[in-house]
Each structure stands twice: as structure tokens, then as C-alpha cells.
Design a protein around this ligand. Structure first.
Ligand code: PAF
Length: 328
């Protein structure tokens, strides 16, 4: 009897010690690419987790769903709106379908380089845009980054808009990108990311476009022969939290989530900087035929895009576009 009681007390004490001293909130975080350390989304999500868990003494616990484990980016954003997913890091692919004005950042050849994009997104223009997500049931904490997008395909190397003629090119589900490639004479197909590798393998599309961070992380070289460093558009990412979880937080916890998001962005940018340095060599070594557009080639693409720019100026505030271009 005494032995049984002692065992029972021991078991209870053990269970109490193992139990958390406070309630824990699970943060399911979904993203399209590999877990850390193998993608910029993975390292960003991991840094976000580390900072939040450490500064809240584990009151929030992150659970990762990498590699589109919760579906395509549109579905994940809808999950964040509904509260079935607590957080995500996504590209700007489907963002303009939620906050139309955010599409302005998807205009081709708008940003000069990574530094220019980062200064715009970290400055008043980017920060004001984040606030617009409040109106559509999303809490946007920071702009992350993928890098500049480049074209890969299995048909031919690209030096001029003519080389794109009729090319079945997958674009993100993004009306601005779609319009650009239609204007350039390609045959673009908007497609959710989880379908892309299969479509490339089956040959239902010839190519796609993504930054080096993605091309290297997902080994696109396994299914694509040509890489053209076109840098035709900057590709931002965004860190979103569900209002269901955000509104239930104390102001202190909200501040911690914000600080952690800023650190996550630093980690993502660090990954992007690294892959911008080493990515071309890596992809050459993996057997891709790599070529880079010269300044004149890029100018030819910009010229061919003139009719699309007219549309963009109608859809987006001209002053905003000019303020972005004028940002030093
Ligand atoms: O091409 C896309 O859809 C995006 O760049 C990706 C790969 C899902 C990362 O957000």
C-alpha cells in the first residue's frame, strides 16, 4: 500500500513538473519552401520562432508546415484569415488579390537593386502598405524577401523579348506578372506553386520564373535546362499573422511578435544575399546553361513592356510609383 502510494505521488509530481506553468498557444506556420537551413522561408520562420519562444518563455510554440504542407499560398492566406493557420511567410504571388494596391511592388523593373527595394519596403511606403492588410482580415508584420526573379525554361536561352515568343511560362497567380509576360509575347499560365514541378516534368509548361533563392533551394536544375538572369521583377515576401491570434495577445506579446518578425526578415535577407553571391556558380555546377541579360537587353525588355506600363499607370497611383522610383 505504502509503496503504491509513493509511486502514485511520484507519478503525479512528475506529471506536474513536466506540465507547462502557463497556457501555451500553438502557432502553425505554413510556407512554400524547405525548412531551415535549406530555404530563405525556412530560416526566416525558424528565427521568428526562436525569438518569440525565447522572449515569451515558451508561451507560444511554433509548429512548421514547410514545402506547401498546408497547400498553395492563396489557400494558406485564406487559412490565416479564417484562423485555421496562425502565421505564414508568403510571396507577393496572390497578395494583390487580397490588397490590390500591394500589386504596385510587382511592376517589372521598378526596383533598381536589393538595397532600393529594402529601403522602400522598410520605409513609409512599405509600412503604410502593411497597414492595409488590417482591412482584409490579416495582420501583416513585415516585408520579407526572395530576391529578383529570373526565367528558367527547357526550350531556349533568352536574350530578347522575341526569344520568349509563345513560350508556355508559368507565372504566379499575379495579374501584374501575367500582363507583363502576355505583353512580351509569351504564353503565360498562372499556376499555384505546388503544381509547378509536376507540370515542368510532364512538359505541360516550358518554364517558370523565380529568384535564385528558390531556384537553388528546390533544385529547379533537375527539371530546367536554361537559366536567364533577367532580374525582371523584384519578389517581396510578407510575414502574416492571423487576427484571431493577434487580437487575443497582450500588447507586450504583439511587440515581441513584431520584433521577432524583423529578425526573421534579417535572416531571410542574409540567406538571399548569400545565394545571390554563390547561386550562379552552384547552378552552373549543377549543369544549367546560364546567361545574363546585358543592360541593353534589359532596356529592350523594358521598351517592349511599354503597353503594360500604360496599364499599370492606370491601375496604380502614379505618384506612388514615382515616389518608389525616387526613393534613394
Ligand atoms: O513562384 C512562387 O509561387 C513563389 O515564388 C514561391 C516559390 C511559392 C515562393 O513563395
Amino acid at each position: 500500500m505504502t509503496v503504491q502510494r509513493t509511486a502514485l505521488f511520484g507519478a503525479l509530481a512528475g506529471a506536474l513538473l513536466a506540465a507547462p506553468l502557463h497556457a501555451q498557444t500553438e502557432i502553425k506556420i505554413g510556407y512554400a519552401l524547405a525548412a531551415a537551413p535549406d530555404s530563405h522561408y525556412g530560416v526566416g520562420a525558424q528565427r521568428w520562432q526562436e525569438v518569440v519562444e525565447e522572449r515569451t518563455d515558451g508561451r507560444y510554440v511554433f509548429r512548421h508546415f514547410p514545402s506547401s504542407g498546408l497547400g498553395g499560398e492563396r489557400e494558406v492566406i485564406e487559412g490565416v484569415q479564417l484562423g485555421t493557420v496562425e502565421a505564414t511567410i508568403v510571396s507577393s504571388g496572390t497578395l494583390a488579390n487580397f490588397v490590390e494596391e500591394a500589386g504596385v511592388f510587382d511592376i517589372p523593373f521598378l526596383f533598381r537593386d536589393l538595397g532600393h527595394a529594402r529601403r522602400v519596403l522598410d520605409g513609409p511606403i512599405g509600412q503604410d502598405m502593411l497597414e492595409k492588410f488590417d482591412d482584409v482580415g490579416l495582420k501583416a508584420l513585415a516585408w520579407g524577401e526572395q530576391g529578383f526573379r529570373h526565367i528558367t525554361n527547357n526550350r531556349n536561352q533568352i536574350a530578347s523579348p522575341e526569344d520568349l515568343a509563345g513560350m508556355r511560362l508559368r507565372t504566379m497567380e499575379n495579374p501584374i506578372h501575367l500582363q507583363a509576360f502576355q505583353t512580351l509575347g509569351a504564353a503565360p499560365t498562372p499556376m499555384a506553386w505546388p503544381e509547378v514541378i509536376g507540370a515542368l516534368q510532364q512538359g505541360t509548361i516550358d518554364g517558370q520564373e523565380n529568384p535564385l533563392s528558390v531556384i537553388v533551394s528546390v533544385n529547379l536544375n533537375d527539371v530546367q535546362e536554361y537559366l536567364t538572369i533577367s532580374g525582371h521583377v523584384y519578389s517581396p515576401a510578407i510575414l502574416l499573422v492571423s487576427p484571431m491570434v493577434w487580437d487575443a495577445m497582450s500588447e507586450e506579446d504583439q511587440e515581441i511578435f513584431r520584433e521577432a518578425a524583423a529578425e526573421a526578415v534579417e535572416a531571410m535577407r542574409g540567406f538571399v544575399d548569400e545565394v545571390e553571391e554563390s547561386g550562379l556558380e552552384t547552378l552552373r555546377e549543377r549543369g544549367m546553361d546560364v546567361a545574363e541579360l546585358s543592360a541593353e537587353d534589359r532596356a529592350a525588355f523594358q521598351e517592349a513592356l511599354a503597353p503594360a506600363y500604360e496599364q499599370y499607370y492606370q491601375s496604380y497611383d502614379r505618384e506612388l510609383i514615382e515616389a518608389i522610383i525616387a526613393t534613394e
